[in-house]
Design a protein around this ligand. Structure first.
Ligand SMILES: [Zn+2]
Length: 389
């Protein structure tokens, strides 16, 4: 039995903090949470002093195979699988050090991240708990085609989903639209027909796999919601000229329970956002408020790996970024913990500090409800009941 003590605790839901908590851990799980002092006999004690305990962060959108260099595609395509797996391991350790104890990887090559999944299941210090899609489904020369997930036509996409089920992927990711990262790909154009998207969802659900759709653009979000995807990645309702938080699409998300995995945050000191993005920020803030008021479930992902300012380990900057986009610190922390667990299919197991949950914790210096910047000061990380950082 291990007892973890700190000045305060955010349990993943809130709304407030528990003062002077003691978290009892046994066999990798949380056995009990006691507020206030507790006399302890025959127990190892990890006293974290003035820190605040939170559930370990859950990044709903990462790419461990991308190295956050200024030539992600070139570096990935030049690397053989052994080199790439080594980079994935390095990225996983950097991610864990930032307090992220679970990741949902949404795009690798050759299912390499599933190898890491096995390694971190055996050794909590090797990296976060991994949920992974393998290569995303895409079209010929479509978004992230270089990851090897080309699949077209109703029969083609069904076969691709079956392959992922056989390989042991945890979910299916589809590039519903193009993306900025891929030269020649258009983020505002839909890559698949409704029949193809419906076939993906039907086949995936038949195999017990969740589905998530890459879509920044309203056009793509509309198709993903209409065809029954569980989650939309990015979900910023962009149009070529601005943003369009379409009421009908939002109502569809609420009615069908489609969740959103927002990708926010970047390391400070990078170049300012390009003018076409900066211009949209005020309307994005308003639009995200519309999503929240409508009752859309929103979790936080990083999209780490894709740019230098999205280095592996930058996840806590997304929590502070959420508050710049109009969310309260409590809402941002939920999006990074309990809601993220829900989106990853891990509700009831991760994302909360409560009896029966996995003992995945992050301790930060200070009170993140009073000053959300405290999440950048990670003082301890516990995964599966073991201190790993
Ligand atoms: Zn991504």
């Amino acid at each position: 039995m291990l007892a973890v003590r700190a000045r305060a605790l955010f349990d993943g839901v809130g709304p407030g903090l528990v003062e002077r908590p003691t978290v009892l851990i046994e066999n990798g799980r949380i056995a009990a949470v006691h507020p206030g002092g507790l006399p302890l006999v025959g127990t190892d004690i990890l006293d974290l002093g003035a820190a605040t305990l939170l559930p370990g962060f859950i990044d709903t959108h990462t790419h461990l195979a991308f190295d956050a260099s200024d030539d992600v595609i070139g570096r990935l395509t030049a690397a053989d699988d052994t080199t790439l797996l080594q980079r994935i391991r390095t990225a996983a350790r950097a991610t864990l050090s930032a307090g992220v104890t679970t990741v949902r990887d949404l795009g690798d090559r050759a299912y390499l991240t599933l190898g890491l999944r096995t390694e971190t299941a055996q050794d909590p210090a090797a990296g976060p708990h991994v949920v992974a899609s393998g290569p995303p489904l895409t079209t010929a020369r479509g978004h992230c085609w270089f990851l090897g997930g080309r699949a077209e036509g109703v029969d083609g996409v069904r076969a691709a989903v079956r392959e992922r089920a056989e390989r042991g992927a945890d979910l299916v990711k589809v590039m519903v639209t193009g993306g900025d990262l891929t030269p020649g790909s258009d983020p505002y154009s839909v890559q698949y027909s409704r029949d193809e998207l419906r076939a993906v969802v039907e086949e995936a659900h038949h195999h017990g796999l969740r589905t998530t759709a890459h879509a920044h653009a309203t056009a793509g979000i509309r198709e993903a919601v209409a065809t029954g995807f569980d989650t939309v990645e990015h979900c910023f309702f962009l149009t070529e000229t601005g943003v369009d938080f379409d009421r009908q699409v939002i109502e569809g998300m609420v009615r069908r329970g489609t969740t959103a995995s927002l990708t926010l945050g970047a390391l400070p000191g990078g170049p300012p956002p390009p003018a076409h993005i900066a211009r949209r920020i005020p309307s994005l803030v308003t639009g995200l408020a519309t999503l929240r008021e409508a009752g859309v479930t929103m979790a936080l992902g990083s999209d780490s790996g894709i740019f230098p300012v999205k280095a592996h380990g930058s996840y806590p900057h997304g929590i502070t970024a959420m508050t710049n986009f109009g969310f309260t610190p409590v809402e941002a922390l939920r999006a990074a913990t309990s809601t993220a667990a829900l989106v990853c299919g891990l509700a009831g197991r991760k994302g909360r500090i409560a009896a029966g949950y996995d003992a995945d914790l992050v301790a930060v210096g200070g009170d993140p409800l009073a000053d959300v910047g405290a999440v950048l000061d990670v003082v301890a990380v516990v995964r599966g009941g073991a201190r790993v950082g």
